[in-house]
Design a protein around this ligand. Sequence first.
Ligand code: ADP
Length: 256
Amino acid sequence: MKEVVNVSDVCLKYQSKNGEIEALSHVSFSINSGEYVSIVGPSGCGKSTLLSIIAGLLKPTSGQVFVENQIVEKPSPVLGYMFQKDQLFSWRTVYQNVLLGLEIQHQKTPDNIAYVDKLLKEYGLYEFKDKFPDQLSGGMRQRAALIRTLACRPEILLLDEPFSSLDYQTRLAVADDIYQIIKNEKKTAIMVTHDISESISVSDKVVILSGRPARVKEVLDITFEEPTRTPLTCRKYPEFQKYFNHIWKELDIHVS
Ligand code: ADP
């Protein structure tokens, strides 16, 4: 498998008026094409910071990130971002929202518009394209946000807690949905989450970070004997509990 992301010995220190905050310490791991990788760690350990560095939004204090063998120095069209909130504009229709990225990049070509139409049809949103975001369910909104990101044809998707604003039932269904779309479209995904179950259910690999400053405690491969695993079905396999206990122990979570 081809390596598409290499995080190499990345350190990051924030300078604040109260002094220096060390967020990341010598973080290294790599990701292959087509993998769905989750980054888990205690709250405040540096997960979003790491994602921002991979996205080229933040420069590491030392170390480097390579995407497709190029050092990341600024945001690149190879990478697409999807946030916690869907960031759809309420005054624009679904269609106007999903075309927004292309519009900003002056890339609203017939070819790209046809690709967006194909995605909307394939993922059940075409008949809702003239509705406004408020008229859609939480799951449909998340799907629209993903299609907007996919419209610009990134190879790698960066997902920052993409399901955390949804209620539990919706969250399970939407995670399943988004996972299927990402796999069908053969994209590589890097997702930050604090939810251990969610990370196991969608991932090929889980990067477990320590408390701040975040170091890599372990990169865990997630495999199930059942080849037709989906995020929903894999939760009932015996391996699921095994991985859950393992990550829980690594994260060293204490309830006080
Ligand atoms: P996580 O995503 O794991 O919750 P973050 O990456 O958001 O953690 O933050 C890691 C640490 O860095 C936290 O202690 C946070 O308060 C601090 N931090 C984040 N952004 C800044 C900033 N711009 N300036 C100073 N400190 C920051």
